[in-house]
Design a protein around this ligand. Structure first.
Ligand SMILES: [Zn+2]
Length: 133
C-alpha cells in the first residue's frame, strides 16, 4: 500500500509542470503552459519583440547598403573597388534580390540599387530600371 502511494507521488512529481513565464507549478490541463493570461501574453510579447528587433536589424543593414550604393553611384552606373564598398561599411551578406542575366551574370540588389562583381575585386554599380522592367 505504502509503495503504491510512493509510486503515485513519484509519478506526480515527474509530471510536475511549470509556467513557461514565471515558473509557477501548473495544476491544470496537461497541455497547459502558462499559469495565467498575463504570463502567456508576457511570454508571447517577448518572442514577438525579439522577432521585431531581428527584422529591424536586417532592414537597417539593407537600408545602409542601399545608401552606400546611392552615394557611390549617383549617376546610375559606376565601377568601384570592393575595398571602397567595404570601407563604407557595405554588408555583402544582405540583399533583397538577385537578377541573373541570360549570360549568367548575377546582379545583387538592395531594393533598386544593385551591383555586379567583376574580376579583380571590382564592382559595377547599377540601378534597377536599366535591367528589370
Ligand atoms: Zn506564470
Amino acid at each position: 500500500m505504502l509503495t503504491l502511494l510512493r509510486e503515485r507521488l513519484i509519478i506526480k512529481a515527474m509530471e510536475k509542470r511549470e509556467c513557461k513565464e514565471c515558473g509557477q507549478t501548473l495544476s491544470g490541463r496537461k497541455d497547459q503552459k502558462f499559469c495565467s493570461d498575463y504570463c502567456r501574453n508576457t511570454f508571447n510579447n517577448r518572442l514577438n519583440e525579439d522577432a521585431t528587433k531581428y527584422m529591424r536589424r536586417i532592414n537597417n543593414i539593407l537600408r545602409k547598403n542601399r545608401r552606400i550604393l546611392i552615394k557611390l553611384n549617383p549617376e546610375g552606373k559606376k565601377t568601384v573597388d570592393g575595398i571602397t564598398l567595404a570601407e563604407e561599411g557595405f554588408n555583402f551578406h544582405y540583399y533583397t534580390n538577385v537578377y541573373k542575366t541570360k549570360t549568367g551574370s548575377q546582379y545583387f540588389f538592395c531594393y533598386e540599387q544593385g551591383y555586379l562583381k567583376l574580376d579583380s575585386d571590382k564592382y559595377m554599380l547599377v540601378q534597377k530600371q536599366d535591367y528589370v522592367k
